[in-house]
Design a protein around this ligand. Structure first.
Ligand code: SF4
Length: 348
């Protein structure tokens, strides 16, 4: 076991939450000495909820067969363009687009959508399709991962979000998402994208019954890939939201605020080769998110004009740009808008 893993496990087993937070805060200050905390204005668009994977932690999908299929949808392109138009009108700079794994949509459908968006909104940054979607597009279209990413990039894709990582340890993945891509597959999509010059983010959804060893295994896998390629812009951890999910239907103890903050801080310390670590208001609410800024977080994610996946799990925290800025200022930082690639806008 690597020294990093041993040290991270020691921290997880320690009760000194404040001490761990202070260590993470010291590293955050070293990496971001200017005292800025960033946020983005963008929109999550979920182009379809039809999905063949049946992940036990997911409250969002509609099955492609059986009675549940009536709640399924596929957005038409005009609706997608309209959502982007609204985003641009309120100062949004990007779109995070993800969906279920639709069995019939081939690569041409995604290419046409991306081209249509870029023709109408050439400046909007398209941060789309988690690794499991990219793998699925490749499978249904008979392409390699590299060719799939190249074709999406040529059609307008700018970067790839880190969704679908959950816990990057196959022991956990077999239990919670038997049909979904494995650890190596997820890493391979990101490695391939990085080698093609595309940036991506890394995420972790924890509190799904994993052990502390599984969490540090996850940290180690993305730390190693970052050492190899340097292609990740940020690490974004959040906690499993159990409502309306098969996994949460059993008796479930949701991760507490302390567990969230401790995990955030240990992630900050472990992933010293990541420039940015995000504190989540969507799953934690604004108050815990604000505390996260003293536990290693230097970004609060998106003002988010639309969010469907976490809302499907019964969590509906919402905010405005001004509220996020006030929360950042009150924690002692300068709020600054950024784009998807974490480039700051110096006008505000
Ligand atoms: S998490 Fe994604 S892949 Fe899994 S069921 Fe939900 S939409 Fe499908």
């Amino acid at each position: 076991m690597s020294l990093r893993k041993v040290q991270a496990l020691d921290l997880f087993r320690s009760d000194d939450v404040i001490g761990i937070g202070m260590e993470a805060d010291a590293l955050r200050r070293k990496l971001h000495p200017e005292g800025v905390v960033t946020y983005i204005i963008d929109r999550n668009i979920n182009y379809t909820n039809f999905c063949t994977e049946y992940c036990t932690f997911c409250a969002f999908y509609a099955p492609v067969k059986g009675p549940g299929r009536t709640k399924g949808y596929v957005l038409d392109f005009e609706t997608i363009y309209e959502k982007i138009r609204e985003t641009v009108e309120v100062g949004g700079t990007g779109v995070l687009m993800q969906g279920g794994l639709h069995p019939d949509l081939k690569i041409e459908w995604y290419e046409e959508m991306l081209r249509g968006i870029k023709q109408r909104f050439p400046k909007v940054h398209l941060h789309c399709f988690s690794a499991s979607e990219v793998i699925h597009f490749a499978e249904v279209s008979g392409l390699t991962i590299e060719d799939t990413i190249k074709r999406l990039r040529d059609a307008g894709l700018d970067s790839i979000p880190g969704g679908g990582a959950e816990i990057l340890d196959d022991e956990v993945r077999y239990k919670i998402a038997r049909l979904k891509c494995l650890t190596e597959d997820w890493l391979n999509v990101h490695r391939t994208a990085h080698k093609l010059g595309m940036r991506t983010t890394a995420t972790m959804m924890f509190g799904v019954g994993e052990t502390l060893e599984h969490r540090v295994n996850h940290f180690q896998r993305i730390y190693d890939l970052q050492e190899e390629t340097g292609g990740f812009t940020a690490f974004i951890p959040w906690t499993f939201q159990p409502k309306n999910t098969a996994l949460g239907g059993r008796h479930w103890e949701e991760a507490t605020a302390v567990e969230y903050l401790k995990t955030l801080a240990i992630a900050r310390l472990f992933l010293s080769n990541f420039e940015n670590v995000q504190s989540s208001w969507v799953t934690q609410g604004l108050k815990v998110c604000q505390l996260g800024l003293r536990f290693g977080g230097n970004d609060v994610g998106s003002v988010m004009l639309e969010e469907n996946v976490v809302r499907s799990a019964g969590v509906s925290n919402c905010t405005t740009e001004e509220e996020l800025r006030r929360m950042i200022r009150d924690a002692g930082f300068v709020p600054r808008q950024r784009d998807t690639l974490y480039r700051q806008f110096f006008l505000n």
